[in-house]
Design a protein around this ligand. Structure first.
Ligand code: GLU
Ligand code: MG
Length: 458
């Protein structure tokens, strides 16, 4: 483990103790190395932090929290990493504690609890988030207006958003145009112990995808925080800004953040069983069946803002139907059968980077665990593009559309005792209150204002 004083100047160095809230804003309090004793870091934050929505820094009604009272954010020292794009700063992920115990509202605590619950079944999940993001031109209008005395900080109408360039999918010209910025991002990810696997320009103008190696579930969620911070911090150094917002331009590809998962027992990937129905092990089938079953409710956590639902549309490779299939990029769950016939992992498409990765992955594990405990089975895989099926075929195959708006997904989550029980009363209360307040505020906004408000945040 890195020792703080070995990696930072004791007088000027700072360690950020990070957390990611219910609205999926990544926050931190930074502590000067000078005041750190015995390589242990704790900071106090208000309990109300878990009741703050994306629109403003204030606590929403009905979340069970108010500005009175403190909790302790304790740095997980095993995550200590110098931040390459912010010299002099390092980061640790924070765990929320109250009266000596993990606080019920802690998202990282929720994921840890789900990992431990899966362990009771003798199983472990490995995971990776597959991020897509847009590089956009900086909006100078706001800056200009501010200079001219029109302070429009809260007027999101004035945001004009343009892609950084207009090249197509996997264009090598895009690779060349963006070489410096993408290289700097990749180097910074590697410096923060993330193994990068692939990079290519995605289908949208100015859109890119960088994939990273899977790891254990907690590490995968931590890496997702690091990934988002790194991309967003490095883009402005090159005169651009980056956004993971699930849908920026109405007519071009959305930003997915597909979640890749595999199931392990005793350090062995156990998803594949060539002798079994669908070539999936019993536990593998049950785990996937649980996720498929709970998907409509899970979406309130994995695709958690009204704008998420502009992305999830048939024939956009974003998984608009509650189906699974082998190598089917229109199925919400794509089970990947490799060239040699092996099955090593699956991909959940109904996830975007406006979701808190600890809650998203924790929710998915809760659904999979329920599948295992209830010995759920999978329906037939769908090996066609569900968007092209006739009404009769849809009926025969039992194909269902997933929620097409956040209200519907929230209603499903509110009725889903399995996911709510897994979250525990504190977390589900604060989460639902924050998400309902966000839904009420955001669904009223004209699309341009919504993008303006959220672009910097995600
Ligand atoms: N951009 C698509 C989405 O919104 C995903 C494209 C892909 O398969 O990588 O999920
Ligand atoms: Mg992609």
């Amino acid at each position: 483990m890195n020792r703080i004083k070995d990696i930072l100047n004791p007088k000027t160095g700072f360690i950020r103790v990070s957390w990611c809230d219910n609205a999926n804003i990544i926050r931190a309090k930074a502590v000067c190395v000078n005041s750190v004793k015995d390589d242990e870091i704790s900071v106090g934050i208000s309990r109300g932090q878990q009741g703050v929505p994306v629109m403003y820094d204030g606590v929403v009604a009905g979340c069970g929290l108010d500005p009175v009272g403190e909790i302790t954010l304790k740095g997980d020292m095993s995550t200590l990493t110098p931040i390459p794009y912010a010299p002099g700063h390092a980061r640790v992920m924070g765990d929320m504690f109250h009266e000596g115990k993990v606080w019920g509202n802690c998202p990282r605590g929720f994921l840890k609890k789900m990992i431990a619950t899966l362990q009771e079944e003798g199983l472990e999940v490995k995971a990776a988030f597959e991020n897509e993001f847009y590089l956009l031109k900086h909006d100078d209008k706001r800056k200009r207006d501010n200079k001219n005395g029109k302070n429009n900080k809260n007027n999101n109408n004035n945001v004009s958003i343009e892609p950084s360039e207009f090249t197509p999918f996997a264009s090598t010209h895009s690779m060349d145009l963006n070489h410096h910025i993408i290289s700097e991002i990749i180097e910074a990810l590697i410096a923060q112990n993330i193994t990068v696997q692939q990079y290519y320009p995605e289908s949208g103008p100015g859109q890119h995808e960088i994939t990273v190696q899977y790891s254990d579930a907690l590490n995968a969620a931590d890496n997702q925080i690091i990934f988002r911070e790194t991309v967003k911090a490095i883009a402005p150094k090159h005169g651009l800004r980056a956004s993971f917002l699930p849908k920026i331009f109405p007519d071009t590809a959305g930003n997915g953040c597909h979640l890749h998962l595999s199931l392990w027992q005793n350090n062995e990937n156990i998803l594949h069983d060539p002798k079994a129905k669908y070539d999936l092990s019993e536990a593998g089938e049950q785990f996937i069946a649980g996720i498929l079953h709970h998907l409509p409710a899970l979406m309130a956590i994995t695709t958690p803002i009204p704008r998420s639902y502009r992305r999830i549309r048939p024939q956009m490779w974003s998984g608009a139907f509650q189906v699974w299939g082998f190598n089917n990029r229109e199925a919400a769950i794509r089970v990947i059968k490799e060239e040699d016939g092996a099955i090593r992992h699956l991909e959940l498409k109904t996830v975007d980077a406006s979701s808190n990765p600890y809650l998203a992955l924790g929710g998915v594990l809760a659904a999979g665990i329920d599948g295992i405990r209830k010995k759920m089975t999978l329906p037939k895989p769908v090996q066609r593009d569900p968007g092209t099926l006739s009404v009769v075929e849809i009926d025969n195959l039992g194909v269902k559309l997933l929620p097409s708006n956040m209200r519907d997904a929230l209603d499903k989550l509110e009725k889903n005792e399995v996911i709510l029980n897994a979250m525990g009363v504190d977390l589900w209360k604060s989460y639902l209150a924050v998400k309902k307040a966000e839904y009420e505020a955001l669904q009223k906004l004209p699309s341009g204002n919504e993008v303006g408000l959220l672009l910097e945040k995600y």
